[in-house]
Design a binder for this molecule. Structure first.
Ligand code: 2IT
Length: 450
């Protein structure tokens, strides 16, 4: 049976690869999902008859456009903008906008594909989408960022809407960029609507949204440990990245009694054995607003070691939490973590671990939570922002946080429901993929050939 399934997965993937040549990140994301879903689909042939997977790997719509702008020297710059509208079976397309030099059609298709399952896991009515540009915010002035965002939104405006497609932030897109894009949308459409999430709290944003991805990741990791009869209290944590996600994660880790010992940037990582807490967490915001994309100044300021060009996965910790970008933790890193006795790997970045790393974690029965479950608190809180926009009310921090905690608990329970194996080990990859798939698939069947 296993062999026959392998053959079927390979046949399916051969078609995906032939139809989407060179889109390696997209192939990777689809492969992971297909591997865990095929056995489930064999048992539930209605999904096969309706060709749900074949439809899900084809975006409903992909928009690619020119983004021209003028830099501070008066020179013309041309970037490429994208919006992948992947799946609207259960709600308007929903997903972030990423500004990063690595952005291309492949990375956005992988993100939009993951987003579809992730959004379904949140239980809120949101379809899947993702967008962005190869624009590199590093070293750009505020005015350059604004001109770029306005140009990007001038085209994107005609493709989005509060009931059509609702973008948000992602790597390289924070409150400032959301503000510039929302402002331009509003100007062009003459509408003040919940067309974007991650808005400022004064103009329709939700409390906790900036912290939500990191908070949710910690809530999820807590659940993983508790289910395994352990607790997050007193654990040491390696975080990668130092942006919005790592910042929220560090705050909640401290609140829950854990100790964060690393953060990282493209330049290397810092190791703070006393723990990154208090004003050191706030310093992460300063690092980010410098626009230099480096973490080394933390080491200078607090007199701790900096490891240039290295990733934090060589440090002995109980919990590893990738918070930066796809494929930031590979097989070699996974082996180092395992040798050092890691107990839990909770991926807060999207597809942070390579397939080799995931295989090693699962083989060694390490608690491994995939991004689409662990980081779903971000988009879930976006969903809560949209609800607040619709009812024209703002909820308190406590109200939002309580809802976020309930959502993360439910996602965890869904993973346990569909991912628990015969020996009691929870395969969270399987649990998240099947749990996210069912609602989307059933909606697609109900809506006919769409
Ligand atoms: O990857 C993600 O889930 C996000 N960047 C957040 C998307 C959203 O719509 O809040």
């Amino acid at each position: 049976m296993a062999n026959l399934l392998d053959v079927k997965v390979n046949e399916f993937m051969a078609k995906v690869i032939a139809k989407n040549p060179g889109e390696v990140e997209f192939h990777q994301a689809v492969q992971e999902v297909v591997e865990t879903l095929f056995p489930f689909i064999e048992e539930n042939p209605k999904y096969k008859t309706a060709k749900i997977l074949e439809r899900m790997v084809e975006p409903e719509r992909t928009i690619i456009f020119r983004v021209p702008w003028v830099d501070d020297k008066g020179e013309y710059q041309i970037n490429r903008g994208y919006r992948v509208q992947m799946n609207s079976a259960i709600g308007p397309y929903k997903g972030g906008i990423r500004f990063h030099p690595s952005v291309n059609l492949s990375s956005l298709k992988f993100l939009a594909f993951e987003q579809t399952l992730k959004n379904s896991l949140t239980t809120l009515p949101m379809g899947g989408g993702k967008g962005g540009s190869d624009f590199d915010p590093k070293g750009k002035s505020d005015n350059e960022v604004m001109r770029f965002c306005q140009s990007f939104m001038t085209e994107l405006t005609r493709h989005i809407g509060a009931d059509t497609d609702v973008p948000a932030g992602d790597i390289g897109v924070g409150g400032r960029e959301v503000g510039y894009m929302y402002g331009q949308y509003k100007r062009l459409r003459n509408e003040f609507t919940g067309v974007f999430t991650g808005k400022g709290v004064e103009w329709g944003g939700s409390l906790i949204r900036p912290e939500a991805t990191g908070f949710g990741g910690l809530y999820f990791a807590s659940q993983m440990l508790e289910t395994a009869g352990d607790s997050i209290k007193g654990k040491t944590i390696a975080l990668s990245g130092f942006g919005n996600v790592a910042w929220g994660a560090a705050q909640k880790a401290n609140e829950l009694g854990a100790k964060v010992v690393t953060i990282s940037g493209p330049d290397g990582y810092i190791y703070d054995e006393n723990g990154i807490s208090g004003e050191k967490v706030d310093f992460m915001l300063e690092l980010r607003s410098s626009g230099q994309d480096i973490v080394a100044p933390y080491a200078e300021k607090y007199g701790v070691p900096f490891f240039p060009g290295k990733r934090p996965w060589e440090v002995k910790v109980d919990i590893a939490m990738p918070c930066a970008i796809q494929n930031e933790l590979n097989g070699e890193d996974a082996q180092k973590l395992i040798n050092n006795g890691v107990k839990c790997v909770a991926e807060i970045s999207n597809m942070g671990c390579t397939p080799e790393a995931i295989e090693l974690f699962i083989e060694n029965k390490i608690l491994y939570g995939p991004g689409k479950a662990v980081n779903a608190g971000g988009v879930a809180t976006s969903g809560l922002e949209l609800t607040q926009n619709s009812i024209r009310l703002n909820w308190s921090r406590e109200e939002v946080d309580e809802k976020l905690q309930t959502i993360m608990k439910n996602i965890h329970a869904t993973c346990v429901k569909y991912g628990t194996e015969a020996d009691g080990f929870v395969n969270y990859v399987k649990g998240a993929n099947i749990g996210g798939f069912i609602k989307v698939a059933d909606a697609m069947i109900a809506q006919g050939v769409v």
